[in-house]
Design a protein around this ligand. Structure first.
Ligand code: EPU
Length: 336
């Protein structure tokens, strides 16, 4: 139910492949065990991690790292059109997606092959190919670190936005997520308008849940590094959102700049394109670089330290600012 380690290597727990240790590592597989541990007067410096696919450690962690191994996927409600699926925060994200696709439940298929675990999907509001996890999240259950009390957040209370939620803002560092409930449709309503997804699905024989999943997996495999081969944390930066006026003057100067509508008066610009235009795909560096097929992904070419990655990232941000006047913000959670 609960495993506690001291001076624990975090190498298997961060997809960037940074060598670092946690003073204490607590792996729990039940809510009761977690509550008991916290209620015994936990006072340490807490950090909650999932699959470690969105973290960058810049040194050893001098506190307590919590990791959920709560498993289980259960239907908690069902109507003629939808099901509510309550999933343990320690369930591997892609195993959940594969399971729902196999069952014929619609909603998560565009989010195939994203590394990480279910708890973190709610914090980060993971998104890909025109879908964000938050759209499908009905409820998040958690335990408060301060007093081991049960907490529950409705969809609205989670305040989901692009790669953002209440768990990155006012609730940051206060809770340990235990279960996430997803609302999935029994009838498929495919979302295929992102990039070449529709074309790829057609090539595979048309729109079925399995074909959408396969298409997404293939597109991702062609563009993004596999964390088991090359260390990275996926997109290192968020795509910047700028006022429409600024976007249109940039577009007249750089007609090939990819831009997407981002709500009233705002436009989202592709950070990968901006970084590529600054020449980073060609920059040799022994330990750190951007991935040759997707410049938004910073990679550990082997033996990089977290500090080296941060120095590299700072240089990338400065170059984009200088060339385009846009400040990139990190998507990755830097832990120092
Ligand atoms: N582009 C370039 N050069 C590059 C990378 C991208 O010109 O090196 C251009 C592409 O040609 C395309 C546009 O930029 O026109 C957008 O590229 P892509 O479709 O790869 O998506 P992205 O905006 O770079 C976002 C997410 C990804 C997600 C994809 C697909 C963020 C920060 N990243 O990337 O998420 O898989 O869309 O939906 O929003 C992640 O969060 O870790 C992640 C991989």
């Amino acid at each position: 139910m609960m495993k506690i380690y001291n001076n624990y290597s975090l190498l298997p727990h961060n997809t960037f492949g940074i060598e670092t240790t946690a003073a204490t590592f607590v792996d729990f597989s039940s809510v009761d065990a977690l509550k008991q541990y916290l209620a015994e007067g936990f006072k340490g410096h807490p950090l909650v991690i999932g699959g470690g696919s969105n973290l960058l450690f810049t040194g050893d962690y001098d506190g307590t790292v919590f990791h959920s191994s709560i498993k289980g996927i259960e239907i908690t409600a069902e109507t003629h059109s939808h099901i509510l699926l309550r999933v343990g925060s320690g369930v591997n994200w892609d195993e959940l997606v594969a399971f729902t696709v196999e069952k014929g439940w619609c909603g998560l298929e565009n989010l195939s092959a994203i590394p990480g675990e279910v708890g973190a999907s709610a914090v980060q509001n993971v998104g890909a190919y025109g879908v964000e996890a938050g759209e499908l999240i009905e409820k998040v259950e958690a335990v408060a670190i301060a007093d081991a009390a049960d907490r529950a957040f409705t969809h609205d209370e989670c305040c989901f936005a692009y790669r953002d939620s209440i768990f990155k803002n006012t609730e940051k560092g206060k809770n340990i997520i235990t279960y996430v409930t997803f609302r999935l449709a029994k009838e498929a309503a495919f979302k295929l308008s992102y990039g070449n997804l529709a074309e790829k699905v057609e090539e595979l024989g048309g729109a079925t849940l399995a074909n959408v999943r396969r298409a997404v997996c293939e597109i991702r495999a062609a563009k993004l590094p596999n964390p088991s081969d090359i260390g990275s944390a996926g997109s290192f930066f968020m795509n910047p959102v700028v006022p429409a006026e600024m976007a249109s003057s940039l577009k007249s100067e750089y007609p090939s700049m990819p831009q997407y509508p981002a709500g009233d008066g705002f436009v989202k610009i592709s950070a990968g394109w901006l970084i590529e235009q600054c020449g980073w795909k060609q920059t040799p560096h022994p330990h750190v670089g951007v991935y040759e097929k997707q410049a938004l992904v910073v990679v550990n070419r082997g033996g990089a330290t977290g500090i080296e990655v941060m120095e590299f990232a700072t240089a990338v941000v400065e170059s984009v600012k200088e060339k385009f006047g846009i400040t990139l913000h990190m998507e990755v959670n830097v832990i120092s």
